[in-house]
Design a protein around this ligand. Structure first.
Ligand SMILES: CCCCCCC/C=C/C(=O)SCCNC(=O)CCNC(=O)[C@H](O)C(C)(C)COP(=O)(O)OP(=O)(O)OC[C@H]1O[C@@H](n2cnc3c(N)ncnc32)[C@H](O)[C@@H]1OP(=O)(O)O
Ligand SMILES: Cc1cc2nc3c(=O)[nH]c(=O)nc-3n(C[C@H](O)[C@H](O)[C@H](O)COP(=O)(O)OP(=O)(O)OC[C@H]3O[C@@H](n4cnc5c(N)ncnc54)[C@H](O)[C@@H]3O)c2cc1C
Length: 650
């Protein structure tokens, strides 16, 4: 029995769920890694349903920022009471403060700060970006100057552009934060380092002397988060408030370098590694909303007189939505890899950092971009109702698209990934072999396949034929960018300027390389599934993913004749075939993401499919509807019409 079917559901959704050809429980457990996690998710949701104080008093879409923040603080304050049972996110405190303590604090600091952070005795954030600099960390202006006499650092924002700007929860919520500042000791500038800095009194919550802090104002989305600004004026903190797991500063001010120059950037690498899964979830949420809605939304007749059909019957609708489901799965598998690599790094294997940075920076860029694009596609596929905040899709898009910017602007991240590719291309041109195995990049050392692409007319293709094609494109673009760089340098252009002049080509190479990585992870990942009907669904999703990507890069495949036009036709057929096979299972596949109605926060995506009556309820809760006639009506529009009527009588 399909556990998503319940009495009172919209029969159009029940009809879909009855068609399901696999076990949604097994697929859900695979997506969330195991059945225990699903059980726990259900317990938490049940607990939430039973505890009304955890609910929003009205749809948050109708609240202004003041009340949104108040409502969020109210729910967060309930966290400690409910945490053993429910759990709840606390924004940047959990995603950046605690990970930084874990990554960058030495044992003594960890013993001091970690229990307090976990116990929520303070709330923190990660303040790195400044008004004038975000990407270019080497040019951050905030200083932490060491005073050996008092064994303290003196923190300063020397200019307006040095103001910290953007950190989430900095404006009003946080009282102990991580400040990234240039370490200056004995007159020498050692560049950006992290410091643990109190900014508000723990009792009164008032900002401390020398601290100017506030909210940066409304943004494109995420209205509940108080992203903030911060200026520091001669704020003193003890020497031991510098994070000292890696770099250290002795009491006399002598500096001890870290084992790897970029270890200080560990928190960013961590967030990039984990946000791949967050993006998969966001795309999964959007797919769930739009596919469930497409199964209850009827519009147009395919055959005259046979009645209107569900919009999900249209191939165009399937082509818009089902690739988003496939990508959500692809990103989940890719994210598993980066988290595993990160765990290796955290376990003490510092040598893995360059590989981790290479793969996580490219992946972060491609995945956030495709997630944002995918959510927008889902929103448009819901027609007019997708534009309403009731769909949940506009806010979901606004949240996801921020990921294209934070944790490293996407273009910049792709260029970081390209650095690794160019180094490999240089090795290959010099006939050098890899110093150690890296399953992500080893294919670049193989000579470019002389054989032509193996894609043929079979509708049950071997994924390796497509992955080899992606490798071919990535290899060609990498070497083309590398050769162009070398030619420019031979013409006397500096390496740095040559890099800038090849930026677009380098970006394309990094994107192609990342596609290859994701495809391989997806293809390998589904081999772990032993249940045959579930395996069949995952294979269909993989087929859709692979051939949709082929069509996305068809120009690059055709460019050098590796693929011929006929093979693009076969690829199209494989996309259509995958859509056809997936169609009967579509609702059950998104059910298996196992997102509950609280997570979905969407009238269109409700599990029960009872959309229209709840749209009306949602609209009725608009504060405008508290008044039949708006109190200012007669002052403006009413008066205008009255004046017009009077004038026409003259
Ligand atoms: C799960 C949801 C969470 C939601 C909350 C998220 C809230 C958001 C928080 C934030 O946004 S925090 C602020 C994030 N800021 C950034 O990400 C800034 C981006 N900039 C950088 O990361 C770096 O400055 C840079 C662009 C990578 C350049 O750094 P730098 O100028 O120091 O280095 P380069 O000269 O370019 O490269 C030198 C060398 O170092 C390698 N490298 C760079 N970064 C790393 C790293 N993190 N790990 C390992 N190695 C790194 C780089 O590849 C070069 O290597 P070689 O090519 O010389 O070998
Ligand atoms: C919602 C949100 C939350 C955030 N949260 C935090 C937080 O908690 N803590 C924190 O410290 N920061 C935070 N940030 C800041 C964020 O990390 C930065 O905005 C981000 O790293 C980009 O830096 P930037 O704003 O300086 O962009 P810029 O670097 O000014 O980018 C502008 C343009 O210049 C291009 N560009 C820049 N450098 C290069 C280059 N070298 N080569 C080619 N092109 C280049 C970029 O690609 C982009 O097109 C947040 C930002 C947002 C939007």
């Amino acid at each position: 029995m399909n556990s998503y079917i319940k009495p009172g559901d919209n029969p159009l959704l029940t009809e879909e769920r009855k068609k399901c050809q696999f076990s949604t429980d097994i697929l859900a457990a695979f997506y969330h890694e195991n059945a225990q996690k699903i059980k726990r998710r259900h317990e938490i949701y049940q607990y939430y349903l039973e505890n009304k104080e955890l609910h929003d008093p009205e749809p948050t879409e109708f609240m202004d920022r003041y009340h949104r923040l108040e409502n969020a603080e109210r729910k967060v304050s309930l966290l400690k009471k409910h945490v053993k049972k429910a759990g709840s996110p606390l924004g940047l405190h959990y995603t950046m403060m605690i990970p930084t303590i874990l990554n960058n604090a030495d044992d003594e600091q960890k013993a001091e700060w970690l229990p307090k952070a976990q116990n929520l005795e303070f709330i923190g954030t990660y303040a790195q970006t400044e008004l004038g600099h975000g990407t270019n960390l080497r040019f951050l202006e905030t200083t932490a100057t060491y005073d050996p006499k008092t064994q303290e650092f003196i923190l300063n924002s020397p200019t307006t552009s040095a103001a910290k700007w953007w950190p989430g929860n900095l404006g009003k919520s946080s009282n102990r934060i991580i400040v990234v500042a240039r370490l200056i000791s004995n007159g020498k500038d050692y560049g950006p380092h992290s410091f643990f800095v109190p900014i508000r009194d723990p009792i009164t919550h008032k900002s401390l002397p020398g601290v100017t802090v506030g909210d940066i104002g409304p943004k494109f989305g995420i209205p509940t988060v108080d992203n903030g600004f911060l200026l520091l004026n001669n704020v003193r903190i003890p020497r031991r408030n510098m994070f000292m797991k890696n770099a250290k500063l002795n009491p006399d001010g002598t500096y001890i370098s870290p084992k790897h120059a970029k270890l200080a950037y560990g928190t960013m690498v961590y967030v990039r590694a984990v946000m791949i899964r967050t993006m998969s979830h966001m795309l999964g949420l959007a797919s769930t909303i739009s596919i469930r809605y497409s199964a209850i939304r009827k519009q147009g007749e395919i055959e005259a007189g046979k009645g209107e059909v569900k919009v999900l019957e249209y191939q165009t609708q399937q082509y818009r939505l089902l690739p988003q489901v496939a990508r959500a799965w692809a990103f989940e598998f890719a994210g598993r890899y980066t988290r595993k690599l990160y765990a290796q790094f955290l376990g003490g294997d510092v040598d893995v950092l360059p590989a981790l940075h290479g793969v996580s920076s490219g992946l972060k860029a491609v995945v956030t971009h495709q997630t944002a694009q995918g959510i927008e596609q889902c929103r448009m596929a819901c027609g007019g109702h997708g534009y309403s905040e009731a769909s949940g899709l506009p806010q979901l898009f606004a949240t996801a698209v921020a990921g294209c910017t934070y944790e490293g602007e996407n273009m910049v991240m792709l260029l970081q990934s390209a650095r690794q590719l160019v180094k490999i291309a240089s090795d290959v041109r010099k006939n050098q072999k890899p110093t150690k195995q890296n399953p992500v990049t080893d294919y670049l050392y193989k000579t470019s396949a002389a054989t032509k692409c193996k894609i043929d007319q079979t509708t049950d293709p071997d994924p390796s034929s497509v992955i080899e094609a992606f490798e071919h494109v990535a290899r060609r673009l990498t070497f083309a960018a590398f050769d162009k760089l070398e030619q420019l340098k031979q013409r006397g252009i500096s390496a740095e300027n040559a890099w800038v002049q090849c930026g677009v080509d380098l970006r394309r190479a990094a994107t192609a390389h990342t596609r290859t990585f994701i495809a391989r992870q997806f293809s390998n990942g589904i081999l772990e599934m032993r249940d045959l009907p579930v395996q069949a669904v995952l294979k269909d999703l993989l087929q859709l993913y692979l051939f949709y990507e082929v069509l996305e890069c068809d120009g690059d495949l055709l460019y050098d004749g590796y693929v011929i036009g006929q093979q693009i036709e076969y690829s199209k057929n494989n996309v259509y075939e995958a859509l056809r096979r997936l169609r009967p299972n579509a609702v059950s596949i998104v059910d298996s993401f196992d997102f509950n109605d609280r997570e979905l926060n969407s009238v269109l995506g409700r599990r029960d499919g009872n959309v229209y009556e709840n749209m009306l309820e949602w609209a009725k809760s608009s504060p405008l509807n508290k008044h039949d006639v708006m109190p200012f009506h007669h002052k403006y529009l009413g008066k205008m019409m009255e004046d017009a009527r009077q004038q026409s009588k003259l």
